[in-house]
Design a protein around this ligand. Structure first.
Ligand code: SAM
Length: 244
């Protein structure tokens, strides 16, 4: 997979050189290219922002440096016919595990990190000529810039690529893999500071352990995320109806 990330703080993405994503780059599973947006300005001060048209607080990112930066990305050979352009914004569709799965199947992702009050809307409109454009939010809160959101999305997407995780089976059992939260996990010792692990986990009876974990998953999801639990029940009812 190829990823291009454009930002006025490209050094933000250095954290992606650590741990498993860093190793994925060194192993050639992922090519992560970073671009400084200011390299695509034409004035002495390398200006990327201007006042909002129509008035209001803050500054807005000018469209032309973005078009030049994205054209520069397009000028390099791409592994995909049509790359995906992801524009992080609190006003986008919410990024979920499903989104991560869909994006992990694409060959070339381009991320555009907004700052200030965001990027001139016309960049989103213009970019549709060249990219599949996805404005995405990582949650209902506001960050100072898109870089942290990009790091979250890149980590969630790239850990799904074949060969990135040491044990790919762990993906199947994780929270959100099947629409439910994961069951609580434990390690040794069996008793720690007076707290015991559930006895069934020490039994060696794998069928019983699976059943216990499934119950824990359902109880935990119903308590912490009733929205996910309700969706799960509806999906199960639909599957049962289809099987009849
Ligand atoms: N004025 C914008 C609004 O109210 O929607 C917020 C701009 S925010 C201060 C600056 C940048 O941070 C955004 O352009 C976006 O790139 C990023 N950002 C902030 N919150 C985000 C979120 N929840 N998800 C994804 N990106 C976010």
């Amino acid at each position: 997979m190829r990823i291009d990330a454009v930002s006025i703080f490209p050094e933000f993405f250095d954290v992606l050189d650590l741990s498993l994503i860093g190793k994925a780059q060194r192993d050639g599973l992922l090519e992560l290219r970073r671009h400084q947006l200011r390299d695509f300005t034409t004035d002495r001060h390398r200006t990327v922002d201007d006042t909002p048209t129509g008035g209001g607080a803050g500054m807005v990112m000018k469209p032309e440096p973005w078009a030049l930066a994205l054209e520069n990305v397009l000028a390099a050979p791409s592994p995909a016919e049509r790359p995906v352009l992801i524009i992080p914004t609190p006003a986008g569709d919410v990024f979920t595990q499903r989104t991560a799965e869909e994006l992990a199947a694409r060959e070339h992702l381009v991320f555009a990190a907004g700052r200030y009050e965001g990027i001139d809307q016309r960049v989103t409109d213009w970019a549709q000529e060249h990219f599949d454009v996805l404005p995405l939010s990582i949650g209902d809160y506001v960050l100072n810039g898109g870089e942290a959101a990009i790091i979250v999305m890149v980590e969630a997407i790239t850990r799904l690529l074949p060969g990135v995780l040491g044990n790919p089976e762990s993906l199947d059992e994780e929270s959100h893999a099947d629409g439910l939260l994961e069951y609580p996990v434990y390690t040794k010792p069996a008793v720690w500071r007076g707290h015991e692990v559930p006895e069934i986990l020490l039994s060696g009876n794998h069928a019983k352990i699976d059943e216990h974990r499934r119950q824990e998953q359902l109880l935990r999801t119903r308590r912490i995320r009733p929205d996910l639990y309700a969706k799960h029940i509806v999906a199960q009812e639909e599957a049962a109806r289809r099987a009849d």
